[in-house]
Design a protein around this ligand. Structure first.
Ligand SMILES: Nc1ncnc2c1ncn2[C@@H]1O[C@H](COP(=O)(O)OP(=O)(O)OP(=O)(O)O)[C@@H](O)[C@H]1O
Ligand SMILES: [Mg+2]
Length: 502
């Protein structure tokens, strides 16, 4: 019985993984020409439901109707042919291939009766697509040289190239700047006007309320309900998502920073376009938030300090002693930990278990007689972390690649806590994390500061900078443009410093 009001309908979807019922009779109904937000806590089953729609996973039970007719979706290529496209939460581009090749992978335009790839057409089509998604970079450029946000645009261009009628965007803005988000929203408006149904997954409430027409909320793999976005407020969404009311978004700021412990002096990158003349100090127990637009070189600076990138001059001191850091291991050995921004590239080790991922940076501490790894101690440590951060997983042996995006992030935070560092650098630690878990992570950060750890927190979320900072350091174009006391930080004064181009 086809209900043709809907472009696509999923009914009674059940999907079980070993030890987890990821979807328990989930459902979704998409109308043409609408933005449909899909919301739920980390691990609620949003990505899994979309992977069922896109043919990555086979449903155990359930049906999909496309324009009223029941359909089976065999695999992602089949989905694309049916007009369903997906931009993944964890980007999976092929770095050594060009932008054009990434977009047309598996469906290259052909010439001479299909024998050869028609490169000319591929690149001219790519150029048109990039224009359509309001981007200008070279279609022949290798994807590996693009920034995360540019890669995201390539993925969106790829989806658009399929002339899709359903477009799934799984946390598309988690690494975009405000300006890039606006550009994406314009693309979404364009597509919506063309009648495309868009599924939008995000943990950012303001975005949801701004662009969505309808909202479906999931909890523990189950369908909670679908509402007209106009009927909802942030509080209502949160309550329906977590099943209870949340009163605080940030822990109270009662921090008392102590002595200066960490000092960075005249720190300058070997790359003239990157960070330069960096001077700052950090106190024990201080949370120093680093603000700035994407491209301000905040991550690059921290990677420089941590030994991932080279510097041409400058010194780093901890408690008055100069630290020699040439590679990350040197930094870790001297009590510095860093949580990286892009968990896929530099953070998670997908084929290892949760336990391994948590303990890997601190194995030294869990050895008996210097070489025997004490598994029981590790298991305690891991259990402790799983509990503290409410990591949703069947067991500590679960491979980290099978966790939901937000839960992977929590495992990574656990890794650095396990190492008990003196200086903790966190680059966008709550990226992709739901509201409830965000608060948990803020409490952990604040707790660590209370224990006397010095914390550097890079964040692109204004509310996070303002909610967490004892002091805000703002960067623009590789330089520090100013410091603001946490009590006086506002969106306006941060933005002003963030846009002080030389
Ligand atoms: N390939 C897999 N193997 C095993 N378990 C999986 C797999 N994919 C997902 N899961 C589990 O299914 C549940 C739902 O995960 P899913 O990724 O759909 O959550 P999500 O709602 O997208 O969360 P997030 O907001 O963190 O991205 C989680 O418990 C997750 O660990
Ligand atoms: Mg997800």
């Amino acid at each position: 019985m086809a209900d043709t009001q809907y472009r696509l309908e999923m009914r009674g979807v059940v999907k079980t993984f070993p030890g987890v019922k990821a979807l328990d009779h989930a459902q979704l109904r998409l109308k043409p020409g609408t933005v449909h937000a899909l919301m739920g806590e980390n691990g609620a089953g949003k990505s899994t439901l979309m992977k069922c729609m896109f043919g990555i996973y086979k449903m155990d039970e359930g049906e999909i109707f496309y324009e009223g007719k029941p359909v089976k979706i065999k695999d992602p290529l089949d989905a694309l042919h049916k007009g369903i496209a997906m931009v993944h939460q964890e980007l999976q581009p092929i770095p050594a291939r060009s932008v054009g090749e990434n977009i047309f992978l598996g469906r290259y335009p052909k010439k001479f009766g299909g024998l050869f790839v028609d490169h000319k057409k591929m690149y001219s089509d790519t150029e048109k697509l990039l224009k359509k998604v309001r981007m200008d970079f070279d279609p022949k450029q290798h994807v590996g040289t693009l920034s995360v946000s540019q890669m995201q645009s390539v993925e969106i261009a790829k989806a658009v190239s399929a002339n899709c009628k359903v477009l799934i965007l799984d946390e598309p803005t988690s690494s975009l700047t405000a300006k890039e988000v606006e550009a994406l929203f314009r693309i979404i408006e364009d597509l919506k006007a063309e009648g495309v149904s868009i599924v939008y997954i995000s943990h950012k409430m303001d975005e949801i309320l701004r662009i969505s027409d309808e909202v479906t909320i999931m909890r523990d793999g189950q369908y909670i309900g679908t509402w007209d976005a106009k009927e909802l407020t942030t509080d209502m969404i949160i309550t329906k998502m977590v099943g209870r009311e949340l009163t605080n978004l940030f822990p109270p700021k009662i921090n008392q920073p102590g002595e200066v412990v960490f000092k960075v002096e005249d720190f300058t990158s070997i790359n003239p376009k990157s960070f330069r003349d960096i001077n700052f100090e950090l106190r024990a127990g201080e949370i120093l938030c680093v603000g700035g637009l994407v491209g301000a070189q905040r991550t690059e600076l921290m990677e420089g300090i941590f030994g991932i990138r080279s510097h041409s001059k400058g010194k780093i001191y901890y408690k008055g002693k100069e630290l020699k850091i040439r590679r990350p291991k040197d930094a870790i050995d001297q009590g510095i930990a860093m949580l990286t921004e892009d968990r896929r590239a530099t953070g998670i080790m997908g084929v290892l278990s949760i336990a391994d991922n948590i303990s890997i940076a601190s194995l030294k501490k869990y050895r008996d007689f210097g070489f025997l790894i004490n598994n029981r101690k590790i298991e305690n440590l891991v259990q402790d972390n799983v509990k503290k951060m409410n990591i949703k997983a069947p067991s500590s042996k679960t491979l980290i690649q099978s966790l939901s995006g937000g839960n992977q992030q929590k495992v990574l935070i656990g890794r650095w806590l396990a190492n008990n560092p003196d200086v903790l650098i966190l680059d966008e630690p709550t990226r992709g994390i739901d509201v409830g878990a965000k608060y948990e992570i803020y409490c952990i950060i604040s707790e660590l500061a209370k224990e006397g750890k010095a914390i550097i927190l890079i964040s692109s979320e204004m509310s996070e900078l303002i909610g967490m900072a004892d002091r805000v350091m703002v960067m623009c174009d590789g330089r520090i443009t100013g410091f603001i006391d946490g009590k006086d930080a506002t969106q306006e004064n941060i933005m002003e410093l963030a846009t002080q181009f030389a």
